[in-house]
Design a binder for this molecule. Structure first.
Ligand SMILES: *Cc1c(COP(=O)(O)O)cnc(C)c1O
Length: 383
C-alpha cells in the first residue's frame, strides 16, 4: 500500500539521485505552453530566481543565474567562466563528480591541481591547506558538497573558511544538497554555488543554476571560454532583460520548477524536507541492514540523499537481476556503477516518503527470499 499523498497514481518510483520522482502537480504544470518573451513567463522566471535566493539563505550580494541544461552544463559554465585566463583551480576528487570537474577544467585547458582521495573519505582539510600554502598560483577551489557517487558529505563550510583565509574563490557543486540539506550560502562561504532543478528541489530535468557572489561574478566579464555557457553574459541578459534568457529557455521546465519551488514552501521549507529525507534514509538503512546489506560510507560522513550499499559477495546475487526484479515491482534503482567499489546505490530524495521506503524493503526481502538468498548479518561500517 502506498501511504504517500498520491496513492495508486504512480506507475513506479525513481529511487535515483536525479532525475527523481516528481509530484503529479509538478508534471501537470508542464501542460501549458509559454512564450519566452511574455511577461507572465518572465514573472515565473523572476519568481524562481527570488525563491532560489531565499532557499540559499537570502545572501546579501548574491545573485542567481539560470542555465539551460543539466547540472553539468552549469558546472562547466561556471568553471569555464569564472576563472581568469591565468587562473588555477584546486579540485578535491573523492568521487565521480569531483573527477568530472577535473575533466572539465582539463578540456578547457584550465590549469588544475587535483587532490585525489579515497571515495569513503571527506575532503582532507590539512592536505588542502598544505597545497594552498605551497602553490601560490591557485586562484580558485572547487569542491563537491554531497558526492552523489557514494552519498559522502564533504565539509563545505570548513573548505569555505579555508578559501576565505587564503583569499581564494570557492566554487561549490551543491547539486544534490541544495534544498535537501539545511545550510546557507553564507555558512558555506561559497562564491559560486551550483545546483539544478531535478534533485532536492524536485523539479524536472532541464535547468541548472548558479548562486553567485555578485561582485565576484561582475569581475568575470569576458573570461568565458564558451558562448552558450557564458555565465556572466547569461546573468547580464537575465538581470537586464527582466527575466529573459539568452536563447530559447526550457519553458515547460521553468513552469514545473516554479511549481516545485512552491511545493517546497508548502512542505515547510528546506528543514521539513531534510527531515523527510532523513527519515527515508533511516528507514532504508535499518531495513537493508536487517536484510544483511552493508553501507559503504561510515555513518558520520553519510548524507541522507543517497546511500551506497556493498554488493553481497554471494554469487547468486546479481545487481542486473536485482534491478529488473525491483523494476517489475515498481521501483527504479540506480543502474550505473560510478563508485570504484562494488556497490549499488539507492536514492532517498524526490517525492518519496518513509512509507515508500518500507514498501521497498518489503519488496527487496521478497526478492531475496524468492532467490533463496539469506545474507549474513550486516556489520556496522567502519571504513
Ligand atoms: C547530478 C549531479 C551533477 C550533475 O549531473 P547531471 O547529470 O549533469 O545533472 C553534478 N554534481 C553532482 C554532485 C550531482 O549529484
Amino acid at each position: 500500500m502506498i501511504a504517500s499523498p498520491e496513492q495508486g497514481e504512480r506507475p513506479r518510483l525513481l529511487l535515483t539521485p536525479g532525475p527523481l520522482t516528481t509530484s503529479r502537480s509538478v508534471r501537470q504544470a508542464m501542460l501549458q505552453d509559454h512564450g519566452t518573451w511574455d511577461r507572465d513567463y518572465h514573472a515565473l522566471v523572476n519568481g524562481i530566481r527570488r525563491r532560489l535566493h531565499a532557499v540559499a539563505g537570502d545572501p546579501e550580494d548574491a545573485t542567481v543565474v539560470l542555465m539551460q541544461g543539466s547540472g553539468t552544463f552549469c558546472i562547466e559554465a561556471t568553471v569555464g567562466s569564472v576563472l581568469p585566463p591565468d587562473g588555477k583551480l584546486l579540485v578535491v576528487d573523492n568521487g565521480a563528480y569531483g573527477r568530472r570537474i577535473v575533466q572539465i577544467a582539463q578540456r578547457l585547458k584550465i590549469d588544475c591541481r587535483v587532490l585525489e582521495q579515497p571515495e569513503t573519505q571527506p575532503a582532507d582539510l590539512e592536505a588542502m591547506e598544505r597545497i594552498l600554502k605551497a602553490d601560490r598560483a591557485i586562484t580558485h577551489v572547487a569542491l563537491v558538497h554531497c558526492e552523489t557517487t557514494t552519498g559522502l558529505l564533504n565539509p563545505a563550510a570548513a573548505v569555505g573558511r579555508l578559501c576565505r583565509e587564503f583569499d581564494k574563490v570557492f566554487v561549490l557543486d551543491a547539486m544534490s544538497s541544495l534544498g535537501g540539506l539545511p545550510f546557507t550560502m553564507q555558512e558555506l562561504g561559497a562564491h559560486f554555488l551550483v545546483s539544478s532543478a531535478n534533485k532536492c528541489l524536485q523539479g524536472v530535468p532541464g535547468i541548472a543554476f548558479a548562486l553567485a557572489h555578485r561582485p565576484t561574478l561582475e569581475r568575470t566579464a569576458g573570461w568565458a571560454r564558451s558562448i552558450a555557457l557564458d555565465l556572466f553574459d547569461q546573468w547580464r541578459e537575465m538581470e537586464g532583460g527582466g527575466g529573459k534568457w539568452r536563447y530559447t529557455s526550457p519553458t515547460h521546465v521553468v513552469a514545473a520548477f516554479a511549481q516545485a519551488l512552491a511545493e517546497l514552501d508548502a512542505e515547510g521549507g528546506v528543514l521539513a524536507r531534510y527531515r523527510r529525507y532523513c527519515e527515508n534514509h533511516e528507514v532504508l538503512v535499518a531495513g537493508m541492514s536487517d536484510l544483511g546489506f552493508r553501507t559503504l560510507v561510515a555513518r558520520e560522513h553519510q548524507s541522507p540523499i543517497i546511500t551506497s550499499f556493498v554488493s553481497p559477495a554471494d554469487p547468486r546475487f546479481s545487481f542486473a537481476a536485482f534491478y529488473d526484479a525491483l523494476k517489475d515491482r515498481g521501483f527504479l534503482l540506480y543502474p550505473g556503477k560510478v563508485s570504484r567499489a562494488d556497490t549499488f546505490r539507492i536514492g532517498t530524495i524526490g517525492h518519496v516518503f518513509p512509507e515508500d521506503m518500507r514498501r521497498l524493503i518489503r519488496n527487496i526481502g521478497e526478492v531475496l527470499s524468492q532467490w533463496g538468498l539469506r545474507l549474513e548479518e550486516a556489520k556496522e561500517t567502519t571504513s
